[in-house]
Design a protein around this ligand. Structure first.
Ligand SMILES: Nc1ncnc2c1ncn2[C@@H]1O[C@H](COP(=O)(O)OP(=O)(O)OP(=O)(O)O)[C@@H](O)[C@H]1O
Ligand SMILES: O=C(O)C1=C[C@@H](O)[C@@H](O)[C@H](O)C1
Ligand SMILES: [Mg+2]
Length: 179
């Protein structure tokens, strides 16, 4: 939360001129209400079940940049789906951020259901619980502390080029040898 999924996703989709899809937005459109409202009236489990369906559809259909909700990789079937995508050459980015930078971005107010109570402590607990899952599910980690969304986007692109070069070091079909 506050790592810049939406902001960096937007920067990258502009840079590459491809569509951006955000599963949090898909969920709210599908449900016709806010995520906070779904948590409040139906509970987290109902939210996670809906999120799972929405994320699966987006991973199957979407061609472009996809921003996933922060809790999406908690589902093992979603992690398998991401692993298949990565095995096919897809890039899955873990946007990391420390509390000092995340706090002013998200405001740490009461509008985020999972941060209710003591937002700062909840944020720290959540990232501690999830760090391993995020690292496992991703093909690259980008620290966004002090980095603008445009810079974050450029860094992702640079790392994708490096990863491609190391997969096809002799000018194979995936190399960017024409640059
Ligand atoms: N790299 C950045 N530098 C400065 N501000 C940023 C950066 N990334 C995002 N922001 C700002 O912080 C806020 C939260 O960012 P964003 O919505 O991209 O986070 P998110 O990871 O999508 O969070 P969520 O879990 O709510 O979906 C926005 O107001 C955004 O403009
Ligand atoms: O980290 C989480 O579990 C969440 C992150 C947001 O993107 C939303 O999907 C929702 O607020 C839950
Ligand atoms: Mg977002």
């Amino acid at each position: 939360m506050g790592s810049g999924k939406t902001a960096i996703g937007r920067a990258l989709s502009r840079r590459w001129d491809v569509p951006l899809r955000d599963t949090d937005v898909d969920i709210e459109e599908h449900a016709g209400t806010t995520i906070a409202d779904i948590f409040l009236h139906q509970g987290e489990q109902a939210f996670r079940d809906l999120e799972h369906q929405i994320v699966a559809a987006a991973l199957d259909e979407h061609r472009g940049v996809l921003a996933l909700g922060g809790g999406a990789p908690l589902r093992s079937d979603t992690r398998e789906h991401l692993a298949q995508y990565a095995a096919g050459g897809g890039t899955v980015v873990f946007l990391d951020v420390s509390i000092e930078f995340a706090a002013p971005r998200v405001g740490l107010d009461d509008s985020r259901p999972l941060l209710m109570g003591d937002p700062r402590q909840r944020w720290l607990d959540i990232i501690r619980e999830r760090r391993e899952v995020y690292e496992e599910a991703s093909t690259m980690r980008i620290l966004t502390d002090g980095v603008t969304p445009a810079e974050g986007g450029r860094e992702i692109e640079r790392r994708m080029r490096l990863a491609r070069k190391s997969r096809a070091p002799h000018g194979g079909p995936h190399s960017l040898g024409h640059h």
